[in-house]
Design a protein. Structure first.
Lengths: 457, 457
């Protein structure tokens, strides 16, 4: 392994330049006008995968954006890793809040600022470099490797389940490796053993056929913006508990040992609050901040739009009002069940004075694994070598629905081995990646393949 | 008068062409990028006023948009009319809902479609044509006339009070005439004897310093979009009564004779509902639709904006949320008092988990007059001649704050003599004006000056 590690340690500047090129492609999967950029990014990844020595590299068309595939299967008898990552990124608005352009990666104070730096291009690229190092120095990998890169993770992975189902035999492996999660905090590398699921929906209300003068008509008709506020407010009680009937039926309670372990984590609530710039931390009564974000479901409003929102004033009763909302789910909630309960509840609480439309956008299942799984333990050892530190075992509040897919369709465990930091603005302006975590992450990834090679299948 | 009436009746086509030129100027006072257009519109009006024979025509600068002034004072001993109108218009968004471009006036089925057609350019122009007819046929008006046209009515008339105060002697008159109101319905010309006032404000909330990933942070911090919904929902109780303490203290109760008179008005609630496209009419318990819109105060949300509002989904906890809200006031509520009560209440109900900013945008006092005032009676006779019908005496839900200003500063009664129709979309897409009302309105205006000439001062 030493020659691999030396190779990595002498190539840091070159890695940065290459990563900047990948981050320059605005592969925003949510926006139709970026469809060409998403494809360009898929092709960039495919070319890079060929260059570092992967074989059978190709793009699989889907009804949306393509999946990039590549493999190296020259280690018969050794375990096979199925690596999953995504090359699409979140939208960048409000773009005026970015301190440097989102698609011109810029280093400030050891951090690389760009959309996708942490989520997920930087972490995918970390594995490219780990693979490259093995291949260049030894002409081979210690394991068999299959890579798939998705272009629709940020819009709900609508076509990935079908892709995995249609290619079950090609994707056969022993373990899935995903680097799309975070470290507990700076200097504390972590293995994630639980994720939340997601249901995302849009509520549209119509009060009248067009906007009305609020003087002439104010008082006579329902105001859809006001009704929307009323509907949203009925989603949670004063204690922050979600009021949708049946919502908590399948929620797995936190184990007492988990709660105890989390209390011992180096979590500084005061700093957390200050870093976010929040006047106060608030949430469901009876749970700590970590419990609220890792192990309890949520209801959030992601967007609101109605009426006049420009500068100045316009005395209008809006004809329509819209909210984007989402719920994070925890084991063993099912997204389809929750989406149905949500829709029924909204229909029940919405008054008959407005027309209501509920559109389900996307969803994903929550997930949890045992942390005594041998692959998870192998990842722990890789982190110890790459970062020179004991890893923490944590859950994460975010959703990677594909983890549940791999478990269900391919029967594979996943190792969530991520180097993002919680304050790196994954879905916000000024997304960034700590470069020392990136360099350590390349080392740890290279070691991970070696450690997985030693696991008895 | 017959020669004046003949003059008007033979010039309908020419009137339409001239009015189209006025409506082509996008004098949107709310939008800074239209400042030049607002000035151009003021100059267009000044030129037209000179052309029809008014004197001393000029623009008075204000800190905002100019006031256009002109007079004709050649009838010593006769009453003096102070005519007030406005040449600015509302914004046009959402512009894609317009069936023809808002600044290319288009006739369809006897209706003239354009922003400003009814509110208020069409009604100002109606008086231009009535004055022109007297001047061309007789070389004089039967009364003295002072005209002022404001360029900031749609943004709250912030500078008009000061203008009126600074020019008290120049504006001295016997009665104010304003055509910026509506007829009760098609075929029912009306005199308005009451108006609602207004308080308009913006609520801004900040939860965190930037948008957050709703997975990583969902559950731990306040969501400002959700908190905004909670604040708004606390503005009214289930019966539609506003919950701001002290809000109703100065509300003048409806008189029993008024309620009885309104019950006899030709108001078709079913048609009203159908025209608006509202699934249901709803409002304050215990009041009819006319009572709710004419004589009861309201709280409305005029705009909402927060988080991601584009196509698709973005799993973000918004950093900020904004609502534009307004309250219509009735006699004897005072806008300053209500604005203060509102702000105190919002501050009281807003949780400490968000930063709150309340910005007062503009306001105006409610107004009512006696309908046995001799000038109001003169207007009634003018309508009888112009429209061949008895006028109705009604209130209006909208606000014309300047009416209260003229009463307070100049001690003048106002005659509200309007030809708009309730379904003409004054502040919405596809604003339009009924052309037969316009032509009858020119006749009625010409007769109005004659009738006012006969009032004993």
């Amino acid at each position: 392994m030493n020659n691999v590690i030396d190779f990595i340690n002498t190539r840091r500047d070159r890695y940065l330049d290459e990563l900047k090129a990948l981050l320059a492609i605005p592969s925003i999967s949510a926006l139709p006008e970026h469809k060409g950029d998403v494809l360009r990014c898929a092709e960039w990844c495919a070319n890079e995968m060929r260059r570092i020595g992967l074989e059978n590299v190709r793009l699989f068309e889907t009804p949306g954006h393509p999946v990039v595939y590549g493999d190296w299967l020259g280690a018969p008898g050794a375990p096979t890793i199925l690596f999953y990552g995504h090359y699409d990124v979140q939208p960048v608005d409000p773009v005026d809040l970015w301190e440097s352009p989102p698609f011109e990666a810029t280093v400030r104070d050891g951090e690389l600022y760009a959309r996708g730096a942490a989520d997920d291009k930087g972490q995918v690229f970390m594995h490219f470099k780990a693979i490259e190092a093995h291949m260049k120095q030894n002409g081979r990998l210690p394991v068999n490797m299959k890579l798939i890169l998705e272009g629709e993770e940020e819009v709900g992975s609508a076509n990935l389940d079908a892709f995995v189902r249609d290619h079950q035999s090609e994707l056969a492996a022993d373990v899935v490796v995903i680097s799309d999660t975070g470290m507990f905090e700076r200097g504390v590398p972590s293995i994630t053993y639980g994720l939340r699921g997601l249901v995302y929906a849009q509520i549209d209300l119509r009060g009248t056929k067009s906007d009305l003068h609020s003087g002439s008509f104010g008082g006579a008709v329902a105001n859809p913006a006001y009704v929307l506020a009323q509907i949203l407010t009925q989603m949670k009680d004063r204690g922050g508990r979600i009021k949708i009937p049946g919502f908590y039926d399948d929620v797995r309670a936190l184990r007492e040992e988990e709660r105890e372990a989390w209390k011992r984590l180096p979590f500084n609530e005061k700093k957390y609050k200050k870093d976010l710039g929040a006047p106060k931390l608030v949430g469901e009564t009876g749970y700590s901040t970590l419990e609220r974000t890792w192990a309890r479901p949520t209801f959030e409003v992601n967007g609101l739009l109605s009426g006049f929102t420009g500068e100045g004033s316009k005395t209008v009763i809006p004809a329509v009002a819209m909210a984007k909302v989402s719920m994070r789910l925890v084991p063993d909630q099912d997204p389809d069940t929750i989406a149905k309960l949500f829709e029924e509840y909204v229909k029940k609480v919405a008054p008959r004075s407005v027309e209501l439309k509920v559109t389900r956008m996307h969803g994903g299942k929550p997930w949890m694994t045992d942390f005594d799984n041998p692959y998870v333990q192998a990842a722990g050892r890789a982190i110890r070598t790459g970062f020179g530190q004991e890893p923490l075992f944590i859950r994460e509040g975010g959703s990677i629905p594909v983890v549940a897919t791999f478990q269900e369709i391919l029967g594979l465990p996943s190792v969530l081995f991520g180097i993002g930091l919680p304050d790196e603005n994954a879905h916000a302006p000024n997304e960034h990646l700590d470069l020392s975590n990136f360099y350590n992450g390349v080392l740890a990834s290279a070691v991970l393949y070696q450690e997985i090679a030693g696991v008895t299948k």
